[in-house]
Design a protein around this ligand. Structure first.
Ligand SMILES: [Fe+2]
Length: 311
């Protein structure tokens, strides 16, 4: 598979950057990155100098995300596609490029409301990635940072997001989900790939007048289920709220759990994610998120109470 793009980074606006930093280091297990003026802290997941930026702000949401082109030709091809589909791209300023540590880059608005940056030439770190939480590292080689999931509240924004991802960025639809959520409404999610990772980006649509938070979750993919289990235990021991208990997704087969950051967005840590190739034909509709598990905590609590032996 010829890889043109991969997820590169995320900038997070935080009302409590210190609390988010502790969460990323102690619960998730990321490694501190290079200090940067203009960022409260930066974080690493692999051999790149920075992958996550925290900045003090008012939103508790994603401030920007980055997709990196595999080389300068892929960067030019993606720019040309964006231009053809009339997506307005603004070159990153010298200060923005220095903050991100990239050689080239442009920023653009997205239909899901979080600016996206197309970049080339991420800075390599001076030291190898080392985290006691992930001694074997994370899955990033040829697949990038992980995946991002955003939420929109209208059918128009959902359709525009799909068109932006496919026609503008050149991502491919992997599969999609449609699931009743009560009151006659459906939740829809489209999953997009641009390299072997099942999805690098997903856009969810839940009908609502205003989306409380655009970023639903960030995913970090690890190499073994054991690393997921150990992260799960870290989250439990740190009394970090869970969004979803351990489970396995129906479409990408990922065994994962979701914890809630101090910013209110979630982090999914997972392993065994399905990969896709040029011969991908399984672009089907799913009617469920998970094959097992992923219960919200209140449901799990009820199940555990029911299953406890009577004293
Ligand atoms: Fe996910």
């Amino acid at each position: 598979m010829k890889v043109e793009l991969e997820t590169a980074y995320i900038g997070l606006d935080c009302t409590q950057p210190g609390a988010v930093a502790s969460y990323l280091q102690d619960v998730i297990g990321l490694m501190p990155g290079d200090p940067r003026p203009g960022a409260a802290s930066t974080w690493r997941v692999d051999g790149k100098a920075m992958r996550v930026w925290l900045q003090a702000g008012e939103q508790d949401d994603a401030a920007y995300i980055g997709f990196a082109a595999s080389d300068i030709e892929a960067y030019q091809r993606t720019l040309a596609r964006l231009h053809k589909t009339e997506v307005a791209c603004t070159p990153l300023s010298a200060a923005q490029k220095a903050l991100r540590g990239v050689q080239e880059g442009v920023a653009m608005a997205t239909p899901w409301g979080v600016p996206l940056e197309l970049v080339h030439g991420l800075t390599e770190a001076q030291t190898p990635f080392a985290s006691a939480s992930f001694p074997d590292g994370l899955v990033t080689q040829g697949q990038g940072f992980g995946h991002f999931v955003f939420v929109v509240g209208t059918a128009e924004d959902y359709e525009a997001s799909r068109r932006f991802a496919i026609d503008g960025l050149g991502l491919k639809l992997t599969d999609f989900l449609r699931m009743p959520i009560g009151g006659g409404a459906d939740m829809n999610v489209s999953f997009f790939h641009c390299n072997p990772r099942h999805h690098s980006l997903a856009i969810g649509f839940i009908p609502m007048p205003a989306v409380p938070k655009r970023l639903h979750h960030i995913n970090f993919e690890v190499k073994q289920v054991a690393a997921v289990g150990m992260a799960y235990e870290r989250a439990l021991q740190a009394r970090t709220p869970l969004a979803n208990a351990l489970g396995q997704h129906a479409n990408d087969g990922m065994v994962s759990f979701y914890s809630v950051s101090p910013g209110g967005w979630a982090v999914e840590i997972g392993a065994t994610g399905r990969t896709v190739g040029d011969d991908w034909t399984d672009v089907r509709e799913y009617d469920r998120i998970s094959d097992w598990g992923h219960q919200p905590p209140d449901v799990l609590k009820q199940m555990l109470a029911t299953n406890s032996p009577t004293p």
